[in-house]
Ligand binder design. Structure first.
Ligand code: FES
Length: 137
């Protein structure tokens, strides 16, 4: 019988191999975590409480989420499309910036400055009272 630690180690090695291949092959999208179930965020808990105000934003999991109005949000991938750098939000300039090589994206997800050439992934969502349901399709 296999111990759970072996399974975890194998998973880490497999993920590391995928990441190395992704960077070597120039396909950073392959390193992003893949989940097939909708992602649910309670707007009344933790850092997500910042989304209770219009203009509030948060990085959670693989997402950058911003509240645009009482009912509208923007849900984008938090990973730069150039080489999967973790984006930062520059609230003063209202844009997402990558500290790795300097790509810049607007809050629609469009590239404002390279080297990235592809827009950020945008996710569908539904607001159900205090829960934001994000669909990963
Ligand atoms: S990883 Fe973001 S610009 Fe290269």
């Amino acid at each position: 019988m296999e111990k759970p630690i072996h399974k975890d180690r194998r998973h880490v090695l497999k993920l590391g191999g995928v990441m190395l291949c992704a960077f070597a092959c120039g396909k950073p999208e392959a390193v992003l975590p893949v989940e097939d179930k909708p992602f649910e965020i309670m707007l009344t808990e933790g850092q997500a409480t910042s989304l209770q105000q219009i203009g509030g934003f948060v990085f959670v999991g693989q997402f950058f989420i911003m509240r645009l109005s009482a009912t509208d949000f923007r849900v984008l991938s938090r990973w730069c499309t150039h080489a999967a750098g973790a984006l930062r939000f520059n609230a003063g300039a209202n844009r997402l910036e990558c500290p790795v090589h300097g790509s810049v994206f607007n809050t629609e997800g469009a590239v404002l400055q390279g080297p990235a050439t592809m827009p950020l992934k945008r996710y569908r969502y539904e607001l159900r009272q205090d829960r934001l349901i994000i669909f990963l399709d």
